[in-house]
Design a protein around this ligand. Structure first.
Ligand code: B1M
Length: 232
């Protein structure tokens, strides 16, 4: 049977998830959107759909990209398919009714155009009650600083997926120090090649392994800062 003939709703959960991993790999955005809707219709939580069907499928794409089996055009299509699923999940993840906890400015650093992870982090933060100002990709220090001045967030979040772009986080933080504004903000960093040691070395308040950790860390640090500041 060709993919065109396949009725996704006739598959059981495990088969559907496996098919979605294949569809993600093949960059089939419409099928990913349909699969996402079907799983939600079967009472899967948005978090479960995200992690089991989408993020796990993207992990396989990442491995084959690394091993030279997939190339940029195929990975772009896979990323596009992933985004089709994320677009459906986004309002659901944001819809927790949580009170606004704080404000976050987030962006992927200069030279880097990877945005799937950053977008997920933004979605999780929104779901935890943060207002998120997403600057997008390839963000230089002046753009970050202008956004901090304009929006006065509690948190600056930076994402980098390349070993060649992650050092730019230090450029941003060092510039904040030079301008005397570093301590006005909580700075969180994340991205696949980073680790805790790197986060500490560049002067961030915390490295966040994934989107869920980013949301938890953001909440905890904003709360801690408010308690110290005596706001609550
Ligand atoms: Co790129 N790429 N890519 N790529 N790409 C990687 C990162 C790579 C590891 C692939 C590989 O070789 N295995 C490799 C980097 C190697 C290295 O630096 N050592 C790589 C490369 C080399 C490249 C190019 C240079 C390829 C080329 O042109 N020859 C090029 C660079 C372009 C550029 O940025 N200037 C390139 C291009 C691309 C595409 C455009 C094709 C596409 C991006 C599409 C898009 O994002 N819109 C792409 C993709 C999709 C990937 C992989 C396959 C998947 C990344 C992804 O979306 N993961 C990736 C392989 C991999 O990472 N395994 C790869 C899923 C996402 C949910 O996870 O982004 O890690 P992640 O985000 C997580 C956490 O890291 C964390 O939370 C997220 C959610 O849980 N997190 C944060 C992320 N940001 C955070 C910010 C925070 C907190 C937590 O702030 C508070």
């Amino acid at each position: 049977m060709s993919d065109d003939d396949l009725d996704l709703s006739s598959l059981d959960d495990a088969e559907l998830v496996e098919q979605m991993h294949d569809d993600l790999y093949d960059g089939m955005a419409e099928e990913i959107a349909e699969g996402t809707q079907i799983l939600l219709g079967r009472s899967w939580s948005p978090e479960r759909v995200l992690n089991v069907a989408l993020v796990e499928g993207m992990r396989v794409v990442g491995e084959d990209f690394r091993d030279g089996i997939l190339f940029v055009p195929e990975v772009l299509l896979a990323a596009n398919a992933m985004k089709a699923g994320m677009a459906i999940l986004r309002p659901l993840l944001a819809e927790t009714g949580a009170e606004q906890v704080g404000k976050v400015v987030i962006g992927t650093v200069k030279g880097d155009i990877h945005d799937i992870g950053k977008n997920l982090v933004g979605m999780m933060l929104e779901g935890s009650g943060f207002e998120v100002i997403d600057l997008g990709i390839n963000i230089d220090v002046d753009t970050y600083l202008a956004a901090l001045a304009e929006h006065s967030p509690d948190i600056l979040g930076m994402s980098a997926l390349l070993t060649t772009t992650m050092p730019y986080m230090k450029v941003v933080i060092d510039t904040m120090v030079e301008r005397g504004i570093r301590n006005d903000y909580i700075v969180l960093v994340g991205g696949a090649p980073l680790n805790e040691e790197f986060g500490a070395a560049v002067g961030a308040d915390a490295y966040c392994r994934d989107a869920a950790v980013a949301a938890e860390t953001a909440e905890a640090l904003v709360l801690a800062r408010r308690l110290v500041g005596g706001e609550d």
